[in-house]
Design a protein around this ligand. Structure first.
Ligand code: ACO
Length: 431
């Protein structure tokens, strides 16, 4: 540690000074805890609801520079991965930390492909849901239920057992997601077709009807591949934090991942693209865009799909998705809402209100349009997010399990309730 890599803190309550080491641009909460500590009083703590400025871990999985609009998985720029890689290769990269050799890749794809089937009892469990069950609720509970089929999964210290569960989870997520989709339509569940690629097989399980073999459109399979790559990881967001927090109790990975799915279910995390679609439908025509923008500037509305907690420049994923929109619409026909979206973006990017607040389109601005063109109902949007995010959750979970510095997640609180109250039995209070 160099001499100036410290923080000198003077506690004005006592006049005492403390020198706290700075490492990697952070100070340790434990060092802050020395400030003002006495035999009777705990030391100073940090209050940070929502962890907006608290690092919970060291991680080598995903790098984001929000000011410059940079997103990298294991050091590789998202733009290059989206253009030249496949989802399964990216999943390998996230999980193993480096790109696979040809043998490693083939073995990985083989393993994932041959674990796509789920136990028939799980099918019965899904069939037990009401006809209008939300697919995300079905996915959440069926992934949690997987832990009961593989009880050895709780042995998280064994690398071979861990590997097997990772393969199973990545392999079975599309099957469970597709079956949740078919359930709502009252259509029979389609078994996996292991001759197809990961995204082709997913399309088959979603859309196959009476044909002997489903023939997926390669342009749609490729667009899904790109969307899956873009959603594979995004460092310490709400759902990843949920996986890590639950995983810190050393529970099996199925239970930890189902916690991630639960977090993603919430509208503040996985639901923004649905809100974008609703907004576009409400605007209705290109002519009404300027009025809508005025409403946003007056504070009456929010421009959904714009702005991001981390990206204060263009969200790099939005640029890539915009290209995928064209590929999908070539197959499905143009969604008329696209014109409204393009006009909104054009006006907003030139308008002082949005420019000064660094509000740019985020990943959700265009993804809903693609999903709708592919005939997914809005309830499926978060399922389409959870399937690829599984590899990121698992990469982060693996890092957690091997990290000697990690402990069970147990934040502090500032207690605001009553103290030392005398309890009077109900029979006396109500007498
Ligand atoms: N439309 C209009 N104004 C906005 C928007 C927006 N979408 N987003 C932020 N602003 C304004 C705020 O009103 C605020 O203005 P002020 O300084 O005059 O008060 C300023 O920009 C800063 O906004 P904050 O809310 O402080 O930014 P924060 O980083 O907390 O919020 C968020 C980020 C939640 C994403 C926000 O931009 C938003 O609500 N966007 C719309 C929802 C959305 O698209 N969410 C998806 C995010 S991507 C994802 O989760 C995968």
């Amino acid at each position: 540690m160099t001499e100036n890599q410290t923080l000198t803190v003077r506690d004005n309550r006592t006049g005492e000074e403390y020198e706290i080491p700075i490492l990697d641009g952070t100070i340790r909460a434990g060092d802050v805890g020395q400030i003002g500590r006495t035999d009777d009083e705990p030391g100073l703590a940090v209050y940070d609801p929502g962890f907006t400025n608290t690092a919970s871990t060291r991680s080598a999985v995903t790098y984001i520079d929000g000011d410059r609009g940079i997103l990298e998985y294991r050091g590789y720029p998202i733009e290059q991965l989206a253009e030249k890689s496949t989802y399964l290769e990216v999943a390998y990269l996230l999980i193993h930390g480096e790109l696979p050799t040809k043998e490693q890749h083939d073995q990985w794809v083989h393993e994932i492909t041959f674990h796509t089937f789920v136990h028939e009892n799980l099918k019965s469990q899904l069939q037990g849901f009401r006809y209008d069950a939300h697919p995300m609720g079905m996915l959440l509970s069926s992934v949690g239920a997987l832990s009961t089929f593989y009880p050895e999964a709780r042995n998280i210290k064994d690398p071979d057992i861990r590997h097997e569960q990772i393969v199973r989870l990545i392999a079975k997520m599309p099957t469970l997601g597709a079956w949740s989709f078919r359930h709502a339509q009252g259509k029979p569940y389609v078994y996996p077709d292991n001759d197809l690629t990961y995204t082709e097989n997913f399309l088959s399980m979603l859309f196959k009807m009476s044909e002997q073999k489903y023939d997926p459109d390669p342009r749609l399979a490729k667009a899904l591949e790109v969307l899956f790559i873009l959603h594979a990881d995004h460092e310490q967001n709400c759902s990843t934090n949920a996986v890590r927090s639950v995983g810190s109790s050393q529970v099996d990975p199925y239970s930890a991942v189902s916690a991630g799915i639960a977090a993603l279910y919430g509208p503040l995390h996985g639901g923004a693209n649905e809100a974008v679609l609703k907004m576009l439908k409400r605007i209705g025509t290109v002519e009404k865009v300027p009025d809508f923008i005025e409403g946003v500037k007056n504070g009456d509305e929010k421009l959904m799909g714009f702005g991001h907690r981390v990206y204060k420049n263009y969200d790099p994923r939005a640029t890539i998705i915009k290209k995928a929109v064209d590929d999908v619409f070539e197959v499905t026909g143009v969604n008329p809402l696209l014109k409204i979206a393009v006009e909104l973006e054009k006006i907003a990017l030139e308008d002082e209100y949005f420019v000064s607040r660094k509000l740019y389109p985020n990943v959700d601005f265009y993804s809903g349009l693609i999903y709708e063109a592919l005939q997914f109902p809005p309830e499926m949007f978060t399922v389409l997010f959870a399937i690829p995010r599984t590899s990121g959750w698992l990469a982060q979970w693996l890092e957690l399990v091997d990290d000697k510095e990690q402990k069970i997640a147990r934040p502090k609180q500032i207690y605001t309730g009553g103290r030392q109250l005398d309890f009077v039995a109900a029979s006396e209070r109500w007498a």
